[in-house]
Design a protein around this ligand. Structure first.
Ligand SMILES: Cc1cc2nc3c(=O)[nH]c(=O)nc-3n(C[C@H](O)[C@H](O)[C@H](O)COP(=O)(O)O)c2cc1C
Length: 330
């Protein structure tokens, strides 16, 4: 049941429908490291450490960022279905418990919410080279507002920073070129065709395409191709940064990442989150030094215009039943 009517909380089918949309949220290596529990009144979000990348992400920072992206996607999906949500972040001392959602029927559904909810299905990670973002001056203020609403900052790097970011990207790849644990984990999650998770080969780029981008993660390479011709990447490079580096900062970063990606998608722009550079301390420090204001760099986002059609098959997702536990209302 949606909020039109007398219900004070969404029913099970509404929760399932909202999370079915929200599961399109981005996550590191498409690990989808979340678990939800609905008790008939409140919805609880837990991190799923069985899906953590123990080599690339030993602290679970990107795991929590991914859960934050899922949280914002879920709130957007509920809002579009007529349900306002109030979040309590890190509600208790249980390390895996990340958030509690309380519901209230919404009086109205704004155009901005509808635009973000529609963008959820269209958004995907675009690893190919991009043109500069169209109408950047019109889009940028909304991205800063979205980040500020989540207590994080959005640093926009200038063109002179690109070469140094590319050097940091190459450095992070070189440092792990012979790290069997990192490489095994990467090949476990990327380049295979799992029906439920991971990064499929269709979403990856060839060696030549990766070279045209310069700052991408060195995933297993797709077969030779040059899908955007000789285009050299001219995307804007954004950095989501937080004041500190705690689990709350990570959760907020993920929520902001979701909002920024959906805002860009709604504006017709292509996006690609990048974290290989923030996984390695030395390259993370390089990014910190490139930021206009001091912050702890969490995620780099490439934003640009995709020439022509960028339609790719959607990346896989687990079913809602895989990550949602439903309890009877008490
Ligand atoms: C925290 C986080 C880190 C990510 N890091 C990278 C990255 O370093 N390189 C990359 O190409 N994609 C990265 N991604 C994008 C994911 O690989 C992508 O969201 C996932 O494979 C699902 O695909 P989709 O975004 O197309 O739905 C990241 C996403 C998140 C949320």
């Amino acid at each position: 049941m949606d909020a039109i009517g007398t219900a004070r909380v969404p029913d099970h089918p509404t929760v399932q429908a909202a999370l079915s949309l929200a599961r399109r949220a981005p996550s590191v290596h498409n690990t989808q490291p979340w678990r939800w529990v609905f008790d008939g009144h409140r919805l609880q979000l837990y991190r799923d450490t069985a899906r953590q990348l123990f080599s690339a992400d030993p602290q679970g920072r990107q795991l929590v960022i991914s859960c934050g992206a899922m949280l914002d996607h879920a709130r957007t999906a509920f809002a579009a279905a007529g349900w306002d949500t109030t979040v309590t972040r890190l509600p208790d001392t249980a390390a895996d418990h990340l958030a509690t959602l309380d519901f209230a029927p919404a009086r109205t559904v704004s155009d901005a919410v509808r635009a973000h909810a529609t963008a959820i299905e269209r958004r995907h990670t675009d690893r190919l080279p991009m043109l500069p973002p169209r109408d950047w001056d019109r889009v940028a203020p909304g991205l800063h507002t979205a980040a500020a609403a989540h207590d994080v900052t959005l640093g926009v790097l200038d063109d002179s920073a690109r070469l140094r970011l590319a050097a940091a990207s190459a450095q992070s790849a070189a440092l792990r070129e012979y790290d069997p644990q990192y490489l095994n984990e990467l090949h476990w999650w990327a380049g295979n065709d799992s029906p439920a998770d991971g990064v499929p080969i269709s979403a990856l780029v060839s060696a030549a395409e990766l070279a045209q981008v310069g700052v991408g993660r060195a995933f297993p390479v797709a077969p030779p191709s040059l899908r955007r011709g000789e285009l050299i990447d001219a995307s804007r490079l954004l950095v989501i940064g937080s004041a500190a580096d705690s689990p709350l900062d990570w959760l907020r970063t993920g929520e902001a990442l979701s909002a920024v990606l959906l805002e860009c998608t709604a504006a017709g722009l292509a996006t690609c989150p990048l974290t290989h550079i923030t996984e390695v301390p030395v390259s993370r420090r390089t990014i910190a030094n490139l930021l206009p204001e001091p912050a702890s760099p969490q995620v780099v986002v490439r934003v640009g215009t995709a020439p022509g059609s960028s339609a790719l098959p959607p990346t896989p997702r687990r079913t809602v039943g895989d990550f949602l536990e439903l309890h009877r209302a008490g």
